[in-house]
Design a protein around this ligand. Structure first.
Ligand SMILES: [Zn+2]
Ligand SMILES: [Zn+2]
Length: 360
């Protein structure tokens, strides 16, 4: 059973809608501000830290070395073609000479010796030409090998130049991460402090729904605009911040619980008429209908209720924990009623327990 007035319910709902509208407008505004913060701009890259002159020089030398290598390899191909054709010439001439010598020796005398010598000399010249071609190829191969070695050396040099930029880049990167985080912290921390103050001081205010919008906004800013930018340092910062937040949360929850218990204990000491005045009418009606004592916040039923059974049907009239009067009887018709009801539900007689109706 709820004793809240119907318009009150709609008013609360409308106030929540207003809270969300205010916070979403603030969130959009905050996103605009964050996107205009200069640090959100260009990210530095490792290429910014390479010695550009050295690198350009090495790359230039690599290109010209590659060109020379390609030319040498083409020269080798050409020279191999020349060699194979000279080898072919030599073997053909030699074969025909050997045939000629065989046929000649069977029929003729040494009268043609001069011709034999001349032809043998021709073959010898072909052999020399073949060797020359081979030598050219060998020289080219030596050049090729040295060019390949130079290529390897240049690549190693290029790698070393790029590698040297890694450390300064890493340092600059972590500095930048820290700077971005610092700026974001400088923008977000005041919001959190202000909303912490609102929560502490303005919760009872008529304009709490407006302040609540600001609190929602600052929480959003904290989790979306700040937390993802925490520098990690291998997870240290993130874990430490998480632990600190958890401790802070536990601290406030424990403190709040202790305050609540102390308040309840001091309330229980007071006389019942004072207790009744301290409890809001709506809260009391709701709590009693749910089977909870509005004074000590404990379940008052002597037995656990079965499903479908209402606490009103429980025969308990007084809280078994603190003795608080939960149900009483109408002075006129003796009907059993919730002790907070202001009028008897059967005959309409004003209730005696109603603090506002009590006349001393
Ligand atoms: Zn009680
Ligand atoms: Zn009555």
């Amino acid at each position: 059973m709820k004793a809240v007035r119907r318009p009150q319910f709609w008013f609360n709902l409308a106030m929540w809608v207003m809270t969300l509208v205010i916070s979403s407008l603030l969130i959009q505004l905050g996103a605009l501000v964050m996107s205009d913060v200069p640090t959100a701009g260009k990210r530095i890259s490792q290429a910014d830290f390479v010695n550009a002159d050295q690198l350009a020089d090495v790359e230039h030398r690599i290109v010209s070395n590659d060109k020379a290598l390609l030319n040498t390899q083409r020269d080798i191909e050409d020279a191999e073609f020349v060699l194979s054709s000279r080898t072919l010439d030599y073997t053909n001439q030699r074969a025909s000479f050997e045939n000629w010598v065989k046929t000649r020796s069977a029929t003729e005398a040494d009268s043609q010796n001069a011709e034999v010598v001349a032809r043998a000399q021709g073959i010898e010249e072909l052999k020399i030409a073949e060797r020359d071609a081979q030598r050219i190829i060998e020289d080219l191969r030596v050049t090729e090998r040295s060019l390949l070695r130079t290529q390897q050396d240049l690549r190693t040099e290029e790698y070393a130049i790029n590698d040297a930029s890694f450390e300064p880049y890493q340092k600059a990167r972590s500095r930048e991460v820290l700077k971005v985080f610092g700026l974001r912290l400088a923008l977000t921390l005041p919001l959190l402090l202000i909303s912490g103050w609102f929560v502490a001081k303005k919760r009872g205010s008529q304009y709490w729904p407006v302040y609540r919008g600001f609190v929602v906004f600052s929480l959003f800013a904290f989790f979306v605009e700040l937390v993802p930018y925490l520098p990690s340092y291998g997870g240290y910062v993130r874990n430490v911040v998480g632990i600190l937040l958890a401790l802070l949360f536990a601290h406030f929850v424990i403190k709040g619980m202790n305050r609540y218990l102390a308040r309840k204990r001091s309330e229980e000491q007071r006389p019942e008429s004072e207790k009744r005045k301290a409890i809001a009418y709506e809260t009391a009606v709701k709590k009693i209908s749910e089977g909870v004592c509005p004074s000590c916040d404990r379940r008052f039923g002597a037995v656990k209720l079965r499903k479908g059974e209402k606490p009103d049907e429980d025969p308990v009239d007084f809280c078994v924990h603190c003795g608080f009067c939960l149900f009483d009887r109408c002075t006129n018709c003796n009907t059993r009623e919730n002790s907070f009801f202001k009028f008897c539900g059967s005959c309409g007689t004003p209730s005696e327990n109603d603090p506002s109706a009590q006349v001393s």
